[in-house]
Ligand binder design. Structure first.
Ligand SMILES: Nc1nc2c(ncn2[C@@H]2O[C@H](COP(=O)(O)OP(=O)(O)O)[C@@H](O)[C@H]2O)c(=O)[nH]1
Ligand SMILES: [Mg+2]
Length: 298
């Protein structure tokens, strides 16, 4: 499947739900108060959040007034433009090599799967990739990462179950430096015995990365499951308070009609989205692009 059809397919549930509601909004005729009410309802039901939806409606009102647009059909293109503007983050950083990407997030959101997809992504960009099995809490986590390592044909650095994640990261870095690896991707646990333990462990991993490979570019990416909707916002804040979060990878967009969640994530938390996951296969990961995303849902 081509690039566009993959994204389109992955966002289909969100689009179907939104289009059904928007077709009722854009029924033709003049723009009136009811039009704005119906539109806000449509946006809120796709999980854009009340605050963000109100903000979008206010911008649309201004824009339509400025441009003297009174017909509903013409409002659709203006709405799309505003949605793209809302999603364009100015604080997104370029990838530079060598680079360490540390993947964090709660259990089950898709961290390990996403790491497999990322390995494949960077390999298609002709970068050498190694993986660090930093989730030593469960033996299954390392096995699962090893499977992905095989599939993507990249090296994986692992220790035994229960090992110190910091030690695995340390070894991963020494190996990557010796082999001149471009991208080192670190898997981490989503849960330990207590939350404090986990956050302390993640801070320690970050410290080792800074100390052992000072000149590598570093990203802490949080993986969020789009199907859980507004709860994602709470998860980001918990990790943000404990370690710095540079960006978001939003997974499972193929499984939800609530893809609108990406709007409050970007707007209210001011954190850029770098990738989206639209399926369980290795190539079901796309770099997030505001325009393509909006084209995919409207
Ligand atoms: N449909 C779909 N499923 C996904 C996606 N990403 C991950 N998953 C599934 O989510 C489940 C949990 O993934 P896993 O990588 O083990 O999560 P982790 O606990 O955060 O490491 C697995 O069954 C994955 O196949 C995605 O983009 N779309
Ligand atoms: Mg995992």
């Amino acid at each position: 499947m081509g690039f566009f059809s993959k994204i389109k397919n992955g966002l289909k549930k969100t689009k179907d739900a939104l289009i059904t509601k928007l077709n009722a909004v854009f029924r033709g005729g003049d723009i009136d108060a009811e039009f704005y009410e119906d539109l806000e309802f449509a946006l809120v039901s796709s999980d854009m959040g009340v605050e963000t939806s109100e903000d979008i409606i206010a911008k649309l009102r201004d824009r339509l007034r400025e441009k003297h647009i009174v017909k509903q059909e013409r409002a659709r293109e203006e709405l799309k433009d505003i949605l793209v503007e809302e999603l364009e983050s100015s604080n997104k950083e370029e990838f530079e090599y060598p680079m360490i990407i540390t993947i964090v997030g709660v259990n089950g959101v898709g961290k390990t799967t996403t790491i497999g997809k990322l390995a494949h992504f960077f390999k298609t960009k002709k970068k050498s990739v190694s993986l660090v099995a930093g989730d030593t809490f469960r033996a299954a986590a390392t096995e699962q990462l090893s499977e992905w390592g095989k599939r993507a044909d990249v090296k994986i650095i692992k220790h035994a179950e229960g090992a110190d994640p910091g030690a695995v990261v340390y070894d991963g870095i020494q190996s990557a430096k010796a082999k001149k690896t471009d991208v080192l991707i670190v898997d981490t646990a989503g849960r330990l015995h207590t939350k404090v333990n986990l956050m302390e462990e993640l801070r320690k991993i970050n410290r080792i990365e800074d100390r052992e490979w000072a000149d590598a570019k570093k990203f802490n990416f949080i993986v969020l499951d789009a199907t859980i909707g507004q709860n994602s916002l709470v998860q980001i804040n918990a990790f943000k308070d404990a370690i710095g979060i540079d960006g978001i990878i939003l997974t499972k967009l193929d499984g939800t009609s609530k893809g609108g969640i990406v709007f409050p994530i970007i707007k209210e938390l001011n954190t850029p989205v770098y990738f989206i996951g639209v399926g369980e296969q290795m190539d079901d990961l796309e770099e997030f692009d505001a325009k393509k995303f909006v084209d995919g849902i409207l």
